[in-house]
Design a protein around this ligand. Structure first.
Ligand SMILES: Cc1ncc(C[n+]2csc(CCOP(=O)(O)OP(=O)(O)O)c2C)c(N)n1
Ligand SMILES: [Mg+2]
Length: 330
C-alpha cells in the first residue's frame, strides 16, 4: 500500500483508501495467524510477539506517514514493519534465521527493519528505541529534511526513565517526533491499573509539556486522524506529540497461543475486546463498498503471498557461520 494515497486534505480517509487500509490490516492479521499456525513446526527460530488485535494502530498511523518518514518499533514489531512497507519474504526469512532475512537472519522477529522503507529499527529492550527515535528526529531537524519520526511504544515504556529523559529533550528542542503508545493494558501479565493507578498515561506526557491525545486504537480512522494531526504539527515545527491508543493483544505475551486460562486476565475481558476487533469493525463499516468477490480476491492474493514468503524462507540458506563476527562491535 502506498501510504500517501490515503490522505485527503481534510485528514479523513476516503472510501477506496479505507478499502486499502482494510487490505493492509487483513494482510497483517493473516500473516500473524500463519505464524501462529506454523510456529510449532520449529522452523521459526525465535520468540514471536504477535499484534493480532492491534492492527489498526500500525496501519492507521503508517498511512499518515510518507515512506521517507521514519518509524522505530519494539519487540512487537511485525505489524509496524508490514504497515510501513517492509518485505514479507525477508520478514519470514528473518524469523527463520536465514541469510535472506531483512537483517541477514541475525536478529529474528524482534529486530525487523527495512531502512529503504523508513522502518529504521525494532529494539526489544523496553523503551530503548525511544532515545534512538528522538536522536533521529534531532538529526532531521538539524538537517532540515522535513521528515517526521514515529516511535511506536508499549504502555510499559512510560515506566522506564529513558522515556522521561527523551520526552523532556524532545519538548525542549521542539523535535519532529511522535510517540504512539499502544496501550494493550498489559506489561506481560501485569495490568495497567496495578502499575499506574489513578493516572492516565496522557498526564505523564502533558507533564513534560507535550501535546497529548487519547483515542480508540481499534478504530483505524481515529488512529489515522490523530497521527495525521501530529504529523502536521511536527512538520510545521510544532514539536513532539504523544498519542495514546487503546487496544488489546489477543494472544499470549510471547508466543502463538491464547493464554486466558492462566489467570492474569479473564476470558470475559478477552471476549469483550474480541468483539471490538479492528479488522471486523472496518469490514462492517465498508459494507457494500467492498464486494464479496473483491474481498475473496484480496484474501486469496494475501494467502498466496504468505505461502510464497514461507516457501522462500524455507528454501533460503542459513547465514555462513564465518560471518558471525561481522557487525559485532566490542
Ligand atoms: C528493560 C526491559 N525490561 C524488561 C523486559 C522484558 N519485557 C519484554 S516485553 C515486556 C513488557 C512490555 O510491555 P509493553 O511495553 O506494554 O508492550 P506489550 O508487550 O504489551 O506490547 C517486558 C517487561 C525487557 N525486554 N526490557
Ligand atoms: Mg502493553
Amino acid at each position: 500500500m502506498q501510504s500517501t494515497s490515503v490522505k485527503s486534505p481534510s485528514g479523513t480517509a476516503p472510501s477506496e483508501a479505507l478499502i486499502s487500509l482494510y487490505e493492509s490490516m487483513l494482510r497483517i492479521r493473516l500473516v500473524e495467524e500463519a505464524i501462529a499456525e506454523h510456529y510449532a513446526e520449529g522452523e521459526m527460530r525465535c520468540p514471536v510477539h504477535l499484534s493480532i488485535g492491534q492492527e489498526a494502530i500500525a496501519v492507521g498511523a503508517c498511512a499518515a506517514l510518507e515512506i521517507s518518514d521514519k518509524i522505530y518499533s519494539t519487540h512487537r514489531c511485525h505489524a509496524h514493519y508490514l504497515a510501513k512497507g517492509g518485505d514479507l519474504k525477508r520478514m519470514f526469512a528473518e524469523i527463520c534465521g536465514k541469510e535472506a532475512g531483512c537483517i541477514g537472519g541475525r536478529g529474528g522477529s524482534m529486530h525487523l527493519m527495512d531502512v529503504s522503507k523508513g522502518m529504521m529499527a525494532s529494539i526489544p529492550i523496553v523503551a530503548s528505541s525511544i532515545p534512538v527515535a528522538v536522536g533521529s528526529a534531532l538529526a532531521d531537524k538539524r538537517m532540515k529534511t522535513g521528515k517526521v519520526t514515529v516511535a511506536f511504544i508499549g504502555d510499559a515504556s512510560i515506566e522506564e526513565g529513558v522515556f522521561h529523559e527523551s520526552a523532556n529533550f524532545a519538548v525542549l528542542h521542539d523535535l519532529p517526533v511522535i510517540f504512539i503508545c499502544e496501550n494493550n493494558l498489559y506489561s506481560v501479565y501485569t495490568h495497567l491499573n496495578q502499575r499506574q493507578p489513578d493516572r492516565p498515561l496522557t498526564n505523564v506526557a502533558l507533564a513534560h509539556g507535550m501535546n497529548a491525545v487519547h483515542g480508540d486504537g481499534n478504530d483505524i480512522e481515529t488512529c489515522f486522524k490523530l497521527t495525521a494531526e501530529a504529523v502536521k504539527r511536527a512538520r510545521d515545527g510544532g514539536g513532539p506529540s504523544f498519542i495514546l491508543l487503546d487496544s488489546y493483544r489477543w494472544r499470549e505475551h510471547c508466543g502463538p497461543s491464547f493464554d486466558n486460562h492462566i489467570g492474569y486476565r479473564t476470558e470475559s475481558e478477552f471476549r469483550e475486546w474480541e468483539e471490538r476487533c479492528p479488522v471486523r469493525r472496518l469490514r462492517t463499516k465498508l459494507g457494500d463498498a467492498l464486494t464479496a468477490e473483491r474481498e475473496q480476491d484480496m484474501t486469496s492474493k494475501v494467502t498466496s503471498e504468505i505461502e510464497d514468503a514461507r516457501a522462500f524462507a524455507r528454501a533460503a540458506p542459513l547465514p555462513d557461520p564465518r560471518t558471525a563476527g561481522l557487525h559485532v562491535y566490542a
